[in-house]
Design a binder for this molecule. Structure first.
Ligand SMILES: [Zn+2]
Length: 370
């Protein structure tokens, strides 16, 4: 199993070095993209990444490319790896008749990270420090790293803070499946976030989204009124970035707490696997706000640890259209705006989400029996 640990670095003057290294990686990235494009123009062939790496090592010796020396050879390799992956994705997309843009240039300012494999860094957990390119940095040691560390990624966010990501390989500890209550949930976008078969088990939407929204709207307005490239604009850009970061942290925290609470309460949790694209068309921004996709990943992760089974139901299962009491499928409920309906067959009045949650639960239990 792969687990990622994230740590924040202490703010320090020496962090400038890391920023310079990330900038250098960004410059190298753009240079490689340019070479790729030229190679394609001349030979109509995709450039091999090993040839590119060889070329970069040669460039390092030139005065003009002395910035390449800022970063270790491993980080440089990571740049070519990234481009290679991006091109491979681009080609497979083309093969599958999906037209996407080929990998392009990036603004160095917006280039975010580089990755080191085994060499070029050393972790000293006892002191809460890490050595990167022989320079010592302190980080907020919130927990200790377990397992074998595969890579270290140095990443900066929009506010200029730097984070360490340790990707570790851990042995899977098998947790026995529990027995207990089971539940089905339908995603909801109103005052509730998750709707259960019974009203008492519903999960209310957290209140911080609305609170943040007001502040974010004000900050956006402030930002748009400043002149481009002005100092004030920089200031307001940071204000906005800080708000977004706060919201992301709050959301993640909420997700973990909710996942733990649910996994303690239930032995089986059934969900509909939704296509996020389709949901966004129906509900817009709130899908991103609530972060259901991230929540489902977290729930599966917590479920593995506590022995709770998470059952995913196919997205084509018409959970909201089927009457839970008689099984009649009412196609008119397909329209997302229908929030209440009466079954034409048996005459029972349904709340759209509650009925869907009931169906999701029974379908999930059926899948478990198979
Ligand atoms: Zn019915």
């Amino acid at each position: 199993m792969i687990k990622t640990y994230k740590f924040k670095l202490y703010a320090a003057k020496r962090n400038k070095k890391l920023h310079r290294q990330i900038n250098a990686a960004g410059l190298a990235y753009n240079h490689c993209i340019a070479i790729h494009k030229r190679y394609w123009r001349l030979y109509r062939k995709s450039l091999n990444k090993f040839a590119l790496q060889k070329h970069l090592t040669k460039l390092k010796k030139l005065e003009r490319f002395s910035y390449l020396k800022e970063i270790g050879s491993q980080a440089l390799q990571d740049v070519t790896d990234r481009i290679d992956r991006a091109y491979k994705l681009f080609w497979t997309n083309l093969d599958n008749k999906r037209k996407t843009a080929p990998p392009g240039f990036k603004k160095v300012r917006k280039y975010k990270s580089y990755t080191l494999k085994q060499a070029g860094w050393k972790l000293d957990e006892g002191h809460g420090t890490v050595y990167i390119a022989k320079q010592k940095y302190r980080y907020f040691k919130s927990r200790s790293v377990e397992g074998r560390i595969k890579t270290l990624t140095v990443k900066r966010d929009t506010l200029g803070d730097i984070y360490l990501y340790f990707v570790c390989e851990q042995k899977i500890t098998e947790v026995k499946l529990r027995t207990g209550k089971s539940v089905g949930f339908d995603f909801c976008f109103k005052d509730k976030m998750l709707v259960a078969p019974d009203e008492e088990n519903d999960i209310a939407a957290p209140s911080f989204f609305q609170k943040n929204q007001k502040a974010i709207r004000t900050a956006c307005r402030n930002l748009s009124r400043r002149q481009l490239c002005s100092k004030n604009r920089q200031k307001y850009r940071k204000v906005l970035a800080r708000l977004y970061r706060k919201q992301a942290n709050q959301r993640r925290d909420f997700h973990f707490k909710l996942a733990k609470e649910l996994c303690q309460k239930y032995a089986v949790i059934c969900f509909e696997s939704l296509s996020m694209k389709a949901m966004q068309q129906g509900h817009g921004k709130k899908v991103n706000d609530y972060g259901f996709a991230a929540f489902k990943n977290i729930l599966e992760y917590v479920g593995r640890q506590t022995g709770t089974q998470i059952v995913k139901i196919d997205e084509f299962y018409p959970s909201s259209q089927i009457c839970h009491d008689c099984g009649y499928q009412n196609k008119e409920v397909k329209n997302i705006r229908v929030s209440e309906w009466t079954c034409p067959s048996c005459g029972i009045h349904h709340d759209r989400d509650r009925n869907a949650a009931r169906n999701i639960l029974s379908e999930g239990l059926r899948l478990l029996m198979v």
